[in-house]
Design a binder for this molecule. Sequence first.
Ligand code: F6R
Length: 358
Amino acid sequence: QKDGFKHFMLKEIFEQPKVIRDCLTGRIQKGRVVLPELDALNVPQRLTVVACGTSYHAGLWAKYLLESWARIPVQVEIASEFRYRDSVFLPGDLVLTISQSGETADTLAAIRIAREAGVPILGLCNVVGSSIARESDAVVYTQAGPEISVASTKAMCSQMVLLLLMTLSWGVRKGVLQGEILERCLHDLPLLPDQLEAELPTIREKAKTLSQEYADARSFFFLGRGQNFPLALEGALKLKEISYIHAEGYAAGEMKHGPIALIDQHFPTFAMALGDELLQKVASNLQEVQARGGRIIALVNPGASPAVENPWVLSDAWGPLKSFLVLPAVQLFAYEMAVYLGKDVDQPRNLAKSVTVE
Ligand code: F6R
């Protein structure tokens, strides 16, 4: 069942090229996004995304695209908070729930609140026929295949692909997205699986080397800006849940508002310093970290690295597609760290695959 991989988590990380391919199959035709699941719903005037854990991070990641490309105002909510707040709904709202299992109790409760309020509900789910799928007005399936490892990996990758396609679809329907972005995205997305497939073994090797070098750390910061901020949150979540190393994901610009006080040579930073428009801002945050003796691993693109102790060069991709290389890097770093520390990777302590209780 593990297809020769030592753990389900590793197998599922390496399945991501196939997951992207499967998510795209039939959904890009003649230069258009084909998502008939969305046809019955109006393009939202405002979107509330509700999810937990890794699925919540996928929602946060998508907010940047939905606002910028589809010009839809987006709020992303942790389901356990949303369900006990007195949210204000407006005409034209849509609630989008994201869930791998489709059984997460808090996310399901959020659906029921939206239903009570008469707000249409779109589910983004992996498990066909799950409770969340059944209770939503429309469902988009992520087609990631069964995810066995408790730590979610390929599901997030599939959610990101579908959220990207939804953004394109809504942006076109609204008439706010044409030309270069659309064409470039539709051209480059199908190239991603091959690129990732070629890159994964190298990413894993680097993850192994670095995890050993940093295995004595008791705490880690994960820093990013823009779309790399949710990926920093995800990197921190993965590291804590399977290696039991304390990790905090932070928006890099927020460091100076308090957390930088923690930095010393024993508190390393894992930064996302990709070659995008925010690189200079991240680089100056990293200088602050280094000035306090903090060790740094930084994911970078070729030719665009800030001066840090451990630059980790990923092959480049266009715009938000860079995220599909960042994600497996943080996943494999956590994986290799947990393996090195002798932890039970697929069954971390205190965790269950589906959180069907509050
Ligand atoms: C993290 C993890 C959890 C889930 C969360 C939501 O690796 O697996 O944080 O992402 O419990 O689960 P779903 O997506 O099934 O609603």
